[in-house]
Design a protein. Structure first.
Length: 174
């Protein structure tokens, strides 16, 4: 009799689990599967970064939120640190980057992938000069697997530009 009760109880529990599984909605596919969401995937990885042949720092770029965003984790050779969140916004048709670092430096950039490179730009405030400036950063994947990051700024609404950083990303060995 005890054995029959255990079998019945086990069958009821199994039936309840099966019913719940049948009622549970299927996992929805990620909304970020369109090719535009993956235009910046060439930047994903763990990188050593140099500028003019000298160590500038290291950067790790991770995919997160089921492919909907990239998280940048920068550590500079000078001890600086910073993070950015990058994502494709299909409503506006642009890439968005929000950057913050340990010196309270902040950037809010938007742009697109075109001509074989990602170019993001935006307006920021120069803390020393208390003046508005344009920031433009381009990431170009190279045939050898490296990535060039060129950051330049304009203090005159884009008439002239000054290079702030010209870095070369090389993948670290696994």
């Amino acid at each position: 009799m005890k054995m029959i009760r255990l079998l019945v109880a086990g069958s009821i529990v199994a039936a309840l689990h099966a019913a719940r599984a049948a009622e549970a909605p299927a996992a929805a596919p990620s909304p970020c599967i369109a090719p535009a969401h993956h235009q910046f995937d060439f930047w994903i990885g763990n990188w050593s970064v140099t500028e003019k042949g000298k160590p500038a720092g290291s950067n790790r770029i991770d995919r997160l939120l089921e492919g909907c965003a990239l998280m940048e984790n920068w550590v500079g050779a000078d001890g600086s640190r910073g993070h950015s969140l990058n994502f494709y916004d299909p409503r506006r048709g642009v890439w968005q980057q929000t950057w913050i670092d340990n010196a309270a430096g902040a950037l809010n950039l938007t742009g697109q992938f075109g001509g074989g490179r990602m170019v993001l730009s935006g307006t920021s405030t120069d803390a020393k000069a208390h003046a508005s400036r344009l920031d433009r950063i381009a990431w170009t994947p190279n045939p050898d697997g490296t990535v060039r990051q060129l950051w330049d700024q304009s203090q005159d609404a884009g008439r002239t530009w000054k290079v702030v950083f010209d870095g070369l990303y090389t993948r670290k060995s696994p």
